[in-house]
Design a protein. Structure first.
Length: 458
């Protein structure tokens, strides 16, 4: 049996959950248009839809919230956050935002014009959506092994440097307003990026004078993977590793709802003073004054504490081990996942588990629906619906190479028994998988369709 690392905390408050009867689950998923995003939270037993804003805050964070300064401008809470921002991330300038997509929205609005390209290892959904909303072309240049779910490499989130250089030469520097990289690589299985790859990516972007921004949502988890797997880092702390990572970039966007372990919050950071002035003006239009950025003062304080707690090695050991326990238990049961397990989520390989369902018939949706039907478990499709798109120039439909269902594990929320229940539920589904059929889309918006699309069974 896989090893489970005990939680480095004890539970001080609980929230009741319940498994509603199968007939009620069937009605709930039908009412939701077979989209797990549309199910009422009270009808969910275990919720792996996202790890964004769903974690449990610590007693230190709750205590910090009581000190929140709600002054409109220049609040003490902002300066407490700034001290942590300077210490951990090290960028010259930053603004708080209500979450990561707000930071992406501002950055895209200021830098991207129609027809421009933004390279990354793999863009996640909100990043991709904000780029496309400005007429831009998000381009994934991940290493080839990322598209092989069974390939076990230490840093499967690394960008392909040769592809990056060739892409810049082909498209022209004038058509690339910024370059990005996501740590860890969410769209490709939560896989880490090595420090060496970050150095190489940084060197290429700087050679061509392309501003380099890190999507930093899970920076602490990425730091710990580097400590565990990359030569020369075993004796460094996650904080020291994070500081080195960010020293290689010109800026960062972040949803602090992940490795800030808060329910709301994020930031946009840069070293470019002229860009920062433009960011502040845009922020005032869309979010709020630059010292609160769409957040209450108490949220700023919780974020400041959360960034440091996310870098605690005891927490990170548990975090990675809990995810590995779920992943290894599923592999032991013969259920295909993206290997090796990442830190924040397990990605079920719906394309392989439901190989009899053609990709255009949405095997990821089929699996997500069955998880709810069978066990009241909510997960998110990250495949054909989330990342398929129509090329604006050719009109050609592009299907992603991976068709996944992500089970994102909320931080400090679920226990071993919850994970064991999840494994048993998926074993039941796998045992009758050949009988399952696909779905078709009955409604979809133009961008980020997976959030609100509706489906019907074939």
């Amino acid at each position: 049996m896989p090893k489970y690392v005990p939680e480095p905390f004890r539970i001080k408050m609980i929230e009741p959950i319940r498994l509603i009867p199968a007939a009620e689950r069937e009605q709930a998923i039908r009412t939701a248009g077979y989209n797990t995003f549309a199910i009422r939270a009270e009808d969910i037993f275990l919720d792996y839809l996202t790890d964004s804003g769903t974690g449990a805050m610590s007693h230190h964070q709750w205590a910090a919230m009581m000190q929140g300064d709600e002054s409109y401008a220049g609040a003490r809470s902002y300066y407490r956050l700034k001290e942590v921002m300077d210490h951990v991330f090290g960028f010259k300038y930053f603004v708080p935002t209500h979450q990561g997509r707000a930071a992406e929205n501002i950055l895209a609005n200021l830098l991207i014009k129609p027809g421009m390209f933004v390279p990354s290892n793999m863009h996640f959904d909100t990043t991709e959506g904000n780029i496309r909303a400005r007429g831009g072309r998000p381009t994934n240049l991940i290493r080839a092994e990322a598209y092989d779910p069974r390939a076990r490499v230490d840093f499967k989130g690394d960008m392909d440097i040769a592809k990056l250089r060739a892409f810049i030469e082909e498209k022209g520097v004038e058509n690339i307003p910024l370059g990005m990289i996501t740590i860890t690589n969410n769209a490709g299985g939560g896989q880490p990026v090595s420090m060496q790859n970050l150095r190489d990516v940084s060197a290429v972007y700087r050679e061509y004078r392309i501003p380099f921004f890190i999507d930093a949502c899970r920076f602490a988890e990425n730091s710990y993977f580097i400590k565990l797997r990359e030569p020369g880092y075993a004796d460094k702390t996650p904080l020291e590793i994070a500081q080195e990572m960010f020293s290689l970039a010109d800026g960062a966007t972040m949803s602090a709802k992940k490795d800030g372990i808060v329910n709301i919050g994020g930031f946009l950071a840069t070293n470019d003073e002229s860009l920062f002035e433009r960011i502040k003006n845009e922020l005032i239009l869309r979010e709020g004054f630059p010292t609160y950025g769409g957040l209450a003062g108490r949220d700023l304080d919780a974020m400041a504490v959360g960034f440091m707690e996310a870098l605690d090695e005891r927490y990170l050991e548990y975090r990675l081990a809990q995810t590995a326990y779920l992943g290894d238990s599923l592999l032991e049961a013969g259920i295909p996942i993206i290997e090796p397990p990442g830190a924040h989520a397990i990605y079920l390989d719906a394309k392989r588990l439901l190989a009899h369902i053609p990709q255009r018939e949405l095997p990821g949706i089929t699996l997500a629906v069955e998880m709810y039907r069978q066990g009241g478990i909510r997960a998110a499709e990250l495949g054909t619906v989330a990342f398929g798109y129509i090329d604006p120039e050719t009109g050609e439909e592009h299907l992603p190479e991976l068709d996944l269902v992500r089970m994102a594990i909320p931080r400090r929320v679920y226990t071993q028994s919850h994970l064991d229940y999840t494994v048993e539920t998926l074993k039941e589904i796998a045992g009758r998988s050949k009988k399952l059929k696909g779905y078709r889309i009955t409604y979809q918006p133009r961008l980020m369709r997976h959030f609100t699309a509706r489906f019907e069974p074939l």
